[in-house]
Design a protein around this ligand. Structure first.
Ligand code: ADP
Ligand code: MG
Length: 399
């Protein structure tokens, strides 16, 4: 049905309905009429009125949605954005400057210079913040923006398929000017979602819509994601975001000020020592501090011991501690990391969770896996046993 036909129809049938229509947004999509009611509480009333006045069969061509609760039926997309994240409240330093600058450039000229923009780095260091800041800036320019974490996106794909509305899903997403997909490492193994994203990607790319992706690792380190999708991810600019010590201090100071806490050197040091390279941890520590005073915040027990293990193992393998904590899966680095996890467990009293955190991992499955693997290697291989005994002796002297 066309909008004009619909209005003529209403004119002929009922004047009150016509009056109500003046207050509603009317749109047509795929031959159906979409009416948007500003007040969600009135939605059902309007729906019933339409059915009553137009009859069931005609009413079937009219979809009534409300302004806020229109996720299910509206042809409109929700942005997925939170106003909390902006460029203005992002603290810039050495480790995140490039990421920040590219993000700003992307929001100034979406779809042109850096497309796609792939941002990667460890947890808690500002990837989501930057994606959201891009989204907010673009939204302010009047662009159509959709921010989704990969799991959210995937759930949507599954739901639309189940409801037999996947083409609606595609049309909806193809309209966006800026698509932001967060935590793409979670696309791992989700083949159908990958396929939808791949097609959407091509479509958006062709019409110069901006695509931004964030992940905890470099595209090439992603697991169980199709090669063709990875090559798309790598097709634009790939930037790593890190948190260096200087920027970390700066962030600690600013966040203390934000929460109206005094910026004393000993407090800054305490927060520095009780947190890893993660802004999220800093925020947590400061909140703890605000609630419980400085006594509530002790440098994590064993924290420095874990550092010592990581440093010792790194030195032994001739790599940096950063590499041990990173995500590289190159044989040598991965082996060093496994050994470090194993030794952390063996020579410090730290829990698996604490160990996982000290390596910047969210959960401890990797730690368990690594420990098992090393135990097996140690049993089977004399050289491994020798190296580990050597490192263990060295560590026991230091810890
Ligand atoms: P990630 O997505 O990398 O895991 P987030 O973007 O969620 O990390 O950041 C974690 C928290 O730290 C958020 O509250 C975010 O606002 C804050 N944050 C991260 N980096 C900065 C920064 N450079 N300046 C200010 N706040 C930051
Ligand atoms: Mg995030």
């Amino acid at each position: 049905m066309r909008i004009n036909t619909f209005i003529d129809l209403v004119k002929n049938r009922d004047r009150t309905l016509l009056k109500i229509l003046r207050h509603l947004k009317i749109a047509e999509k795929d031959g159906r009429i979409f009416l948007t009611v500003p007040d969600p509480d009135k939605r059902e009333y309007v729906e019933n009125l339409i059915r009553l006045k137009l009859g069931d069969s005609l009413a079937g061509e009219v979809v009534v949605v409300s302004e806020e609760k229109n996720r299910e039926t509206s042809p409109d997309l929700h942005t997925g954005l939170s106003r909390r994240f902006t460029f203005d409240n992002f603290i810039v330093g050495e480790g995140n400057r490039l990421a920040y600058e590219v993000a700003v450039a992307v929001s100034e000229n979406p779809g042109s210079t850096y497309n796609p923009f792939f941002l990667y780095g460890r947890v808690g260091i500002g990837k989501t913040h930057l994606l959201q800041a891009i989204g907010n800036r673009c939204l302010d320019k009047g662009l159509k923006v959709a921010y989704r974490s990969a799991p959210e996106f995937s759930e949507e794909v599954v739901r639309y398929i189940k409801e037999g509305r996947i083409s609606e899903f595609r049309n909806m997403y193809r309209e966006v000017d800026v698509l932001l997909i967060d935590d793409v490492q979670f696309l791992s193994g989700k083949e159908r979602t990958q396929m939808e994203l791949f097609n959407l990607f091509n479509h958006l790319y062709m019409k110069d819509s901006q695509i931004v992706l964030a992940s905890d690792r470099h595209p090439r380190e992603l697991k169980d994601i199709s090669d063709r999708l990875i090559s798309r991810f790598e097709g634009g600019v790939v930037v790593e975001i890190t948190l260096d010590e200087m920027t970390k201090i700066e962030i600690v100071r600013k966040k203390l000020q934000e929460l109206k806490l005094t910026v004393q050197e000993n407090i800054v040091r305490l927060i520095m020592e009780s947190t890893g390279p993660s802004v999220r941890e800093i925020e947590g520590a400061i909140k703890t501090l605000k609630l419980g005073g400085s006594g509530a915040l002790k440098p994590k027990r064993g924290r420095t011991d874990l550092d010592t293990v990581q440093e010792t193992v790194a030195t032994y393998f001739g790599i940096s501690r950063e590499e041990i904590l990173g995500n590289s899966r190159s044989g040598r680095v991965a082996r060093a990391r496994r050994f470090a996890m194993y030794l952390c467990r063996k020579v410090t009293g730290a829990s698996l969770i604490e160990i996982a955190r000290s390596f910047g991992r969210k959960d401890h499955t990797t730690v368990i896996h690594s420990i098992r693997k090393v135990e097996e290697e140690r049993r089977k291989d004399r050289k491994t046993d020798y190296i580990l005994s050597f490192l263990e002796r060295q560590l026991r002297e230091r810890i």
